[in-house]
Design a protein around this ligand. Sequence first.
Ligand code: PGA
Length: 250
Amino acid sequence: MRQPLVAGNWKMNGSRESIRELLDGIKAGMGDVNVAEVAVCAPAVYIADVEAQLSGSGVAWGGQDLSSEASGAYTGEIAASMWLDFGCRYVIVGHSERRTYHGETDEMVARKYAAARAAGLVPILCIGETLEEREQGITEEVVARQLDAVIALEGVAALNDGVIAYEPVWAIGTGKTASPEQAQEVHAFIRGRVAASDAGVAAGVRILYGGSMKPDNAEELIAKADIDGGLIGGASLNAGDFLGICKAAG
Ligand code: PGA
């Protein structure tokens, strides 16, 4: 039985002050939430504050990216062990904004997945097609390629230690959500792709949907057979909206 996960991705937003208020709001509302797991992925500089505020709260926390290297002369990078040092459980890898603005290739993302896993963090592997790719009819080809890079490097069993997030790039921050049917179709494809290598891994791996998920569309999306929760950008910056999605997933 897959346990649903709702994870917030704050991206490059917030301040010490606004994050304190946001987490106070989330913690205050957690009593009404019965989704299995809730997490927030914060900017690195605030992670100590997040740890202090969320310890013992039932809400997990994590980073938004990490280095593929364990340590050393990599100016500006953050190692998996550093995230762990601050109590992180999760780290996002291969978000489309990293792929687009930082040139992360499938191979780089796979190495980051491996680094997270080796350290004991749970990587949230983001995959998804652009609008152009969808219009060209190559959505499945794109997500298969992104997924296969991880399987090629680490083996299919590595997916037991992570979470997949299907995030159609055209739905991220645009207000254009994939319909529950459109999302389910790709989620089923992804699970099938994993099943082709290992049916047991496919049955257990959580596949989140991300892309303009809001309290009013979350329930329908998460009700679909292969959608096991959400990766939430914009709506995770508002405690009421984030809690609304968590309730819908419960
Ligand atoms: P969004 O972002 O919810 O603002 O569309 C999702 C994401 O990028 O993870």
